[in-house]
Write a new protein. Structure first.
Length: 388
């Protein structure tokens, strides 16, 4: 069964879903139909409960898709390709492979998602207000759609990277300062300050909620300890997300202008077609960070790649009789790069395909190998000082 499957195409944007999203959808339908709705809708028939549960869950996913479509459509309007939305266990993401090169593009693309969520929330509120005597299931459904989309809009507008509000703040600072890295660092620091303030406030609320009888605690302060606990979790996630964006921006800055030749190993390990898996496992894949070895002819023509996982699939007692040619991934289906290719492209290939390494090929000849460790070493190295 595929891990990702196509659901629909809207305006040229493909909607895909991971298996985790389908599982979450099913579990949510069961939770609503068996636990939540029977308590909220008394005396309703089971068919009504299951129908409302399914439609509400579908509306949740459609609301998320509408939010991400806002990002995609505005990105395409600004000349940036955006063709895929992937639904995951928690929410969805718009795949925008090309980073915006203009600060206002960042601002407009970022606010488009919350704006769509706000429009859906407004529509649900209008229907809830003006529909004459809606049935209890319909009223509950409209209220849920309003609250969900209002929450999506408000939460994503928090000025913390990588949320949409943080992205918009990043674009505004970039427009003012004229420097992307400086804008990112300032936006990250402001976001982490907000997350820290939120965590401090939640800790205070948690302490106050433990002393419900105290006359010093104002009545308007919530006494349910779950509220500050959820706030602490959100603050933690926001802080980690901001730090992740900062690391990603630093990596992007280090990679700018660099080519594959800067980090590739120029004498990668290689074996012949007839090399046994025993020899590969003992002499090539247990030393250092090597997770794969190239298979070449005598003239260094790349024939394929044998990964550690390929060897691991073969029982140990059979490896002395099996060769590289038996298990290798042929060169015709491998993702390869050239020494002159931008390093950012190579990193994107590894990230999108979950690869640890890429062969570097020129005119069919294996001239090097690039792996994630080499890229991270470059990212962690001090920036080059200008000469003169």
């Amino acid at each position: 069964m595929p891990r990702i499957f196509n659901v629909a195409t809207v305006g040229g944007v493909a909607i895909q879903a991971r298996m985790s999203a389908a599982i979450a959808f099913t579990l949510l339908v069961f939770f609503l139909a068996l636990v939540y709705l029977p308590a909220a809708l008394h005396n309703e028939q089971p068919i009504t409960l299951w129908s409302v549960a399914f439609i509400s869950t579908l509306a949740l996913y459609l609301s998320t898709i509408a939010h991400e479509l806002g990002h995609c459509f505005v990105a395409r309007h600004r000349g940036i390709p955006a063709q895929i939305i992937t639904m995951r266990l928690f929410g969805g993401t718009a795949d925008i492979p090309q980073e915006p090169q203009r600060p206002l593009d960042v601002v407009f693309i970022s606010i488009a998602g919350p704006l769509c969520s706000g429009l859906v929330a407004g529509l649900a509120l209008a229907l809830q207000t003006f529909l004459p005597n809606p049935s209890p299931p319909l009223a509950l459904f409209l209220e849920a759609i309003f609250l969900l989309n209002a929450w999506l809009a408000a939460y994503n507008l928090l000025p913390v990277l990588p949320l949409d509000g943080g992205r918009a703040l990043q674009g505004i600072i970039w427009q003012i300062r004229g420097d992307f890295v400086s804008a990112t660092n300032l936006a990250v620091n402001l976001g982490r300050l907000l997350a820290g303030t939120m965590a401090t406030a939640c800790l205070v609320l948690l302490v106050l909620s433990a002393d419900r009888e105290s006359t010093l605690v104002p009545r308007w302060i919530p006494t349910d300890p779950r509220i500050p606990l959820v706030g602490l979790m959100l603050a933690y996630l926001l802080n980690n997300g901001a730090k992740s964006v900062q690391r990603s921006t630093l990596l992007q800055d280090r990679l700018a202008g660099a080519t594959v030749s800067r980090v590739m190993s120029v004498r990668p390990k290689s074996v012949q077609l007839w090399t046994t898996l025993d020899e590969i496992a003992s002499q090539h894949l247990r030393q250092g960070r090597d997770r794969a070895v190239a298979v070449v002819r005598d003239d260094d023509i790349l024939l394929g790649l044998v990964a550690f996982s390929d060897v691991a699939k073969v029982p140990a007692k059979e490896r002395a009789h099996r060769t590289a040619g038996d298990v290798m991934t042929p060169a015709t289906v491998l993702v390869t790069v050239s020494p002159q290719e931008p390093l950012e492209e190579a990193v994107r290939h590894m990230a999108n395909r979950h690869l640890n390494q890429l062969p570097v090929v020129e005119d069919g000849h294996l001239v090097g190998m690039i792996d994630r460790f080499s890229v991270l070493q470059l990212a962690e190295s001090p920036p080059r000082k200008p000469v003169g």
